[in-house]
Design a protein around this ligand. Structure first.
Ligand code: GDP
Ligand code: MG
Length: 752
């Protein structure tokens, strides 16, 4: 078969790449050649005859009989076929192997009761010459088996004068048919299709009525049946269990050509679909009765016929047991797989590009949302399953069901992946857009003079995000797919949006905290600075105290600082709480925020004190304090030194008074208790909700953070011993300078 061959009018041609066309099949197709090789072009033939896609809407008829009994001639008259016939002149056998041709007499315009069934395929089987030749008998047996396995009707062509010749070639053939029937249908008695044996008696002279011929033939058939050795369990089986019989007689073609043609035409009309339920007693003798009964149909879908026929033939030809139910299951498996592949082509055309786009999105880290995914894949899913069902449901039910489930799970597996990928993309995009939306709304709000309402921003963005997610999910739904729903994914999305908004709220809390801390810091810079400035005046305050306020003294400096500090922070705390509550911060979150604010505020105060305590600053304050005491009298009037003044003792008093400030300044303690302020109690225990992140930027505070190993006393130490001593020394030097100056001015005043 590898060597290119020239087309030989039998449909066996094989130049590589050559596609058979209708004209190659003018004489039909030799489906099995004289070498017993099955023709691979059968699908192409059925395609060219528009039978391949006919499903069950076709019929198969075979003709049997001795050589040169006018079989091919009869078929050509009946069906308009062009099977080769022996020419009158050279009388050689013409039909070799098995030929097939489609009925060409089909005529949709013919009256219904005469209209032939659609898509009748006729097989012309090579006849035997009646001699006992081994080779011949082998083919006869094989072709009988093949015809029986495939055909609804077996036409048995016989000369009238052969009727009753029990030993004749025809009877041998029938015996073979019956034998193979028992052999083939032994396995599964229930699935045995019936077969019509249609006897066509040729050259009927008319002297013996058809009824008599029929009776003779029936007796002969019964006799043959009785002589067959039947397999165990089938000893009682009757010929009528498997076969229906019909008989027709035709006039002599040469002697009565017109009558012959007329009867053949009449015979042709019987190849109609009938609906009689055969009961094994044969058809009636009605000469116009329809013979193509549903019970005869082999139920092999047309598109599976070539493979089935090939499988059957190859099993027969290799002398293996022919098991039709197994053949049909194998066929179903093969065809269902093929059909699945065919229907997946259209499915892939829609789904593959979507899968690719999704995979690209995932690979790039930017999952893309596929527009109108649901509509596209619902259509593809419906089509692939429906198309499979149409084609494949004609095959073995069990196999079909299994393959249908396989296909559905394959299709649904892919679509589910697409669907879930889509939800994942919508989820990611949704979370991203939500966070971005909140951030940019906050940024815009920060630029506005009237600020922004964080809670409203979050609610708006959340509504938008959920709506967008639902829209994407909804338009991705696959109608009819049991797995197609997104409730749990939507819930997960909602949860994660809530988590994201909790994170954003935390960020907003931080921003709020930063603003509060800055505010506290600015306030303290002003008010604490003011308190320290008062030190510059030796009478403890500049100007008269406001009404109701205790006059400030140097002694209660720290009390005033503590008060102004706690009041400032308390004010900030109130504002913080109100704002935080406005965007749904939880009581725990507020607690943590306030705790942090107090600690940060304390640090700010410490920094401010540190700044005031810088050596230069302090020395300046002490000098001012001293000068105020030394150079001004009780009424704040500058002294003019006179030589009689006791400058020395005034100097000593003022100096000692100012020096007393150094130990006072060195420790932060309240005058009422002489103890440090209750910083630990004021800051309070760390709330339960404090996380590591909350503590990250906090400075340790002595006496509050016990594990820091620093006491509250140490926390409150503003000046170290050494600094105090150093400060005192330097101050004294400054004071000495002032004293010398005073002395000089007293003397100078005298001399002037
Ligand atoms: P096949 O071998 O059975 O296919 O027979 P053919 O159709 O090739 O015909 C064999 C010979 O019988 C040909 O010469 C035909 O002309 C002739 N023939 C065909 N039909 C009839 C018929 O009805 N009566 C007679 N007597 N001869 C026929
Ligand atoms: Mg022939």
């Amino acid at each position: 078969p590898t060597a290119p061959t020239i087309m030989t009018m039998n449909g066996h041609f094989g130049a590589v790449g050559e596609k058979p066309t209708a004209e190659h099949f003018e004489h039909g197709i030799q489906i099995i050649d004289q070498e017993k090789v099955f023709n691979e072009n059968l699908p192409a033939y059925l395609q060219s005859q528009k039978v391949l896609r006919a499903g069950f809407n076709y019929h198969l008829i075979s003709v049997f009989g001795s050589q040169s009994t006018g079989k091919s001639t009869l078929l050509n008259y009946l069906f308009g076929t062009e099977f080769g016939v022996m020419s009158e002149a050279d009388r050689r056998q013409t039909t070799k192997g098995i030929w097939m041709s489609r009925n060409k007499k089909e005529d949709a315009t013919a009256p219904k009761e005469q209209r032939m069934a659609e898509n009748i395929l006729v097989m012309d089987v090579e006849g035997t010459d009646g001699r006992e030749r081994g080779e011949d008998q082998d083919f006869e047996r094989k072709s009988a088996l093949f015809a029986l396995a495939t055909s609804e009707v077996l036409i048995v062509n016989i000369w009238e004068h052969q009727v009753g010749l029990y030993q004749g070639a025809n009877m041998g053939l029938l015996k073979t048919v019956f034998e193979v029937n028992l052999q083939v249908f032994l396995k599964d008695a229930k699935s045995v299709p019936r077969t019509l044996l249609f006897f066509v008696i040729r050259d009927h002279l008319g002297t013996t009525p058809l009824a008599n011929l029929k009776a003779t033939l029936s007796q002969d058939l019964a006799r043959i049946w009785s002589t067959l050795s039947k397999p165990p369990g089938m000893e009682k089986s009757q010929i009528g269990d498997y076969f229906d019989f019909a008989f027709v007689a035709l006039p002599h073609k040469i002697l009565q050509p017109e009558k012959f043609e007329q009867e053949v035409r009449r015979l042709g009309t019987r190849f109609r679909e009938g609906y009689k339920d055969p009961k094994g007693d044969g058809l009636t003798d009605d000469r116009d009765e329809a013979i193509l009964l549903p019970a005869y149909h082999r139920r092999i879908p047309a598109d599976g016929f070539p493979i089935y026929a090939k499988g059957v033939w190859e099993t027969i030809d290799s002398n293996k047991d022919l098991d039709l139910p197994t053949q049909q299951e194998l066929l179903a498996q093969f065809r269902c797989d093929e059909i699945a592949k065919e229907v997946l082509v259209a499915f892939d055309a829609v789904v593959l590009p979507l899968e690719e786009r999704q995979a690209e999105g995932v690979a790039s880290g930017k999952p893309s949302i596929l527009a109108a995914l649901g509509v596209a894949i619902t259509g593809a899913r419906k089509a692939v399953l429906a198309n499979f069902e149409v084609e494949a449901s004609r095959y073995h039910k069990g196999v079909f069901k299994t393959k249908q489930a396989e296909l559905a799970s394959k299709v649904d597996g892919r679509l589910k992946t697409l669907f879930n990928g889509q939800l994942t993309a919508a989820h990611k995009a949704g979370l991203h857009d939500f966070s971005e939306g909140v951030s940019s709304a906050v940024k815009a709000g920060q630029k506005r003079s009237n600020g922004y309402d964080f809670h409203t921003i979050v609610q708006n963005e959340k509504t938008k995000a959920l709506k967008a997610y639902e829209t994407h999910a909804h338009t991705s739904l696959v109608e009819g797919a049991p797995w197609s729903n997104y409730q749990s994914q939507l819930n997960l999305f909602r949860t994660e949006v809530d988590e994201a908004s909790a994170r954003l709220r935390k960020e907003e809390m931080r921003r709020l905290a930063t603003r509060s801390e800055r505010w506290v810091k600015a306030k303290l810079a002003e008010s604490v600075g003011l308190e320290f400035n008062k030190l510059g005046s030796g009478r403890g305050g500049s100007g008269a105290p406001a009404e109701g306020e205790k006059p400030a003294t140097e002694k209660d400096l720290w009390d005033r600082i503590w008060n102004v500090f706690t009041e400032t922070v308390s004010h900030a705390e109130t504002r913080f709480t109100i704002r935080a509550r406005s965007f749904d911060a939880s009581p725990e979150e507020v607690e943590v925020g306030l705790w942090r604010l107090r600690r940060k505020s304390w640090s700010a105060l410490r920094d401010k004190i540190e700044e005031e305590m810088m050596e230069g600053n302090l020395l300046l304050k002490l000098r001012e304090n001293f000068e105020d005491k030394f150079r001004y009298d009780e009424d704040g009037v500058p002294r003019l030194w006179r030589p009689t003044d006791d400058i020395e003792s005034m100097y000593t008093r003022a100096r000692e008074s100012t020096l007393e400030l150094i130990p006072l300044l060195a420790r932060f303690k309240l005058s009422t208790t002489t103890a440090p302020p209750p910083l630990d109690a004021w800051i309070g225990e760390a709330p339960a909700g404090v996380t590591a992140a909350d503590e990250e930027d906090l400075h340790p505070i002595g006496g509050v953070d016990e594990d820091e190993g620093k006491t509250l006393e140490e926390e409150m130490t503003v000046l170290s011993e050494a600094k105090r001593a150093d400060l005192a020394t330097r101050f004294k030097k400054t004071a000495d300078g002032v004293y010398v100056e005073a002395k000089r001015s007293a003397i100078g005043g005298m001399t002037q």
